[in-house]
Write a protein of this length. Sequence first.
Lengths: 148, 148, 413, 413
Amino acid sequence: MTDHALRELYQEVILDHSRHPRHYGVLEGANHKAEGYNPLCGDKVTVYLQLDAEGRVADIKFEGKGCAISQASASMMVDMLKGRSQAEAEKLMTGFLHLVKGEDASDLPEDDRERLDVMGGISEFPMRVKCATLAWHTYKNAVEEGAQ
Amino acid sequence: MTDHALRELYQEVILDHSRHPRHYGVLEGANHKAEGYNPLCGDKVTVYLQLDAEGRVADIKFEGKGCAISQASASMMVDMLKGRSQAEAEKLMTGFLHLVKGEDASDLPEDDRERLDVMGGISEFPMRVKCATLAWHTYKNAVEEGAQ
Amino acid sequence: MNAPANIKAFDAKAARADFEILSRTVYGKPLVYLDSGASAQKPRVVLDTMRDFAQTDYANVHRGVHYLSAAATDRYEAARETVAKFLNAPSVDNIVFTKGGTEAINLVSYSWLAPLIQPGDEIVLTVMEHHSNIVPWHFLRERAGAVLKWVDVRDDGSLDIEALDAAITPKTKLVAITHMSNVLGTITPLADIVARAHAKGVPVLVDGCQGAVHEIVDVQALDVDFYAVTGHKLYGPTGIGVLYAKKAHLKAMRPFNGGGEMIREVSKDRVTYADPPARFEAGTPPIIESVGLAAALDYLSGFDRAAVTAHEHDLLAYAREQVRQFNWLRVIGDAPGKGAILSFEADGMHAHDLATILDREGVAVRAGHHCAQVLMERFDVASTSRASFALYNNRADVDALVEGLAKARSILI
Amino acid sequence: MNAPANIKAFDAKAARADFEILSRTVYGKPLVYLDSGASAQKPRVVLDTMRDFAQTDYANVHRGVHYLSAAATDRYEAARETVAKFLNAPSVDNIVFTKGGTEAINLVSYSWLAPLIQPGDEIVLTVMEHHSNIVPWHFLRERAGAVLKWVDVRDDGSLDIEALDAAITPKTKLVAITHMSNVLGTITPLADIVARAHAKGVPVLVDGCQGAVHEIVDVQALDVDFYAVTGHKLYGPTGIGVLYAKKAHLKAMRPFNGGGEMIREVSKDRVTYADPPARFEAGTPPIIESVGLAAALDYLSGFDRAAVTAHEHDLLAYAREQVRQFNWLRVIGDAPGKGAILSFEADGMHAHDLATILDREGVAVRAGHHCAQVLMERFDVASTSRASFALYNNRADVDALVEGLAKARSILI
Ligand SMILES: Cc1ncc(COP(=O)(O)O)c(C=O)c1O
Ligand SMILES: Cc1ncc(COP(=O)(O)O)c(C=O)c1O
């Protein structure tokens, strides 16, 4: 059972994201940026954003180092946020936060829920929830306070 | 038994000394002086000494306020020290310290032991030993470091 | 108000049985403990909780990924939550754990006021402060040229609030005042004090080491800027205290102790600091003690607090009435609405001698200056005797005190 | 040397049974506690002693005349004596109780060094210091213009003593160095360091938070100026630590916290201070914790300490040997004679993920920067995993660690 939870946490999709993060690096022309820091593990993440006039995520990249969970979460996040409006992004984030805490995330669109489902295993590891949410909180900071 | 110890501690001689301390006040012409302080009760005592050329206690007085024990002890001390040589005073003090701690004081001259005997009850009250020894330590300070 | 849902009616007799030590004897006489003002005894549940925690869930807090570390961190942070509720703080982030009430006040002095103070700046305090709420300000006088402005109390021990108001000038940087005097029992009118100080733009630090034990504290309603609490008087363990502070103050405060947990990043030539409250909790905190403190606050909050206060006031009133028979005894501190502390002086009997005789009767009272020498000077006494009452005391304790006093008189006079 | 007359032979199995918590399970697996470097578990006798004391002899210490106050004061001062013996201090007056190791170092910084420091004065420290022995000196850099001079360690984690010697200049005011690194396990050659520093007239502060646990300390033989200890790593309670200091330094030090017990006299416009050590113990001290610490030191000193060290070294050597099979694992810190701490990095596995997997196997290790970010930078790692051994560990604990590592590899790679 323990093993099951661990394999669920570190399933292939997650390990793959953490080994080969998508959209990794500095985003030239970013108009928003924020740094996030998790004192628990010393993990750091920087999120670069290009928001268009309506606030849509025209482009997004991240940089950083950290544990498999935080890296995978950041990679999946940028993957999913690209092209979203602020309202959609907000909804995605709320749903994600519910999911990793083991709370109800049924108001997420079917599609998104299916993709994010691989992160659900984290709810069994409360000490690691902060690792999973670091990138998302940093994204939010970038939007709200990170105008360059 | 408890009562007995208390009555022994606060016997008439002690109360009398504490109410009517002997040689109380400032000694004009003192050539030694020291102040003692007992942080436990806030008691203070000042010892004034006049030592002659050989170090004999030509005159001695004290001033201060404090509990019955510290006052009585100071009063008895000045009473007994007057006229003593340093060697005698030293011996008296050592004997007194033994006595109030309930240790063997048999090397005190008979006479002195009899007079000091009233302070012996203090050995039953370890928290009050400091009250009884304050004046003596102050006397010693006056001799050693209190030259005016 | 902030109490748990299921409040027990307060049964003083049952409560007394929660304190193992109160059934012991000293010198063959039943212990009559009237020194809770110095430190309160601890109910069984506090000692049990600390021990159970240490034997099942103990590890260092924060930064550990393993089970015990998480369990201990949860308990530590839950204790912060319990404290926040007890004081009705807006958030756990207002609560800094310290090693005691004294350190809580020093923290404000070192981290908030010291960097602000200019020579000639004034700190207003009262003559009834405990040394813990005096000496830190003397440091600022000695080290930075601050001026201490003393507000007197009236002969009955009550605060002269007009005098306090008048003492606040444009140079005043802080009003530092006790919630309850540990000698007089006086309770200060905090809401009024804070309103007057704030009207002049001056923050108020409250020494709540006694107040939090006997009064229900609501830091938001009182609008105090800082409130200091100590654990061991609150039926909790030694080694722990609390500073409540408003967030804006905490944010403005520089670190006090430096070490683990209070940093963000450390390199050879640079250091950045964690956000409050972590910024002020350098090193391994009093982990087991935090759990004990939470148990103590839960214990206290589990009672109808008003009933506890009523019980203590009854004991005080009874004692006050009893000692009137002694025309050789002078009570110091008779302010209206005062808390359950009775200080007195006895003609021809030094407090120390009195305490020794009471002690042999099993009655523990405090004799001395009570870390309040400025107040001793105000009342022109070298020391006083003090009986202080807690929730576990009863009228028989008062009777023992009164008998002991009569006996002391018969021995000493 | 300073040990009680009747030293027990050290029986590791019997000793383990003294620690109740070690028989618990986590996630259905037996607890394997390898995080004693962060905080040690407490033997039953420590918890029993604290509780018994609180239930029989508790009151506030000093200045009370009554029985309990005297009893508690005796216990508190007896604890000071126990600590003095444990460190072989010349007198109880060299021993200041603090709230922990971190505060002990800050006390030196605030009370001894801060008043002496001039801009440009240098403090020599090593890259393997814990933040508690770094940040207080950063404060003096930020606030008073002190210069921090860093001494490197070699690739095996050993101290480069020539480099240390070279770093001491006429501007050096203090050498601040750990006795044992909490990451590398390196034990520093204190006697040699002190001799070299003293030859140049520079005092030495030793962070003994780890060292005092694993080595026999003789502050007189080592001739150190300051030695800081923390209680909770020494099988004692949280909320207490110790600063040993030479008397001349203590006398020269100004007060740190202000409050009760540390004064001589307080008036409105003047304050005088008590002699050391009381001068540095403002407020109600960690009374119950002092009694617990004494019980812990008695417990440890009750064993043949050399046998305890040998046991810990055996575990370290066994673990070191076992992990050689993992060519993906890099041990950080292999200094000759090092203490029982094993830190490592694993290819492609973040310390945090590793610790999570080990945790599910019941194995508690620490992952992170271990409050030693300067050292992380030196070895160019963001974090490490650390297994630290105590007297109660055994080879089965090491086996569980090794199995867990293999499993983590199978899951993560
Ligand atoms: C009014 C008051 N303030 C402050 C303190 C100091 O508390 P502590 O000694 O626990 O730090 C006390 C208790 O001694 C007190 O009665
Ligand atoms: C080497 C070293 N120094 C100092 C400390 C600080 O001790 P404490 O957190 O108990 O104050 C520690 C422990 O965290 C340590 O390992």
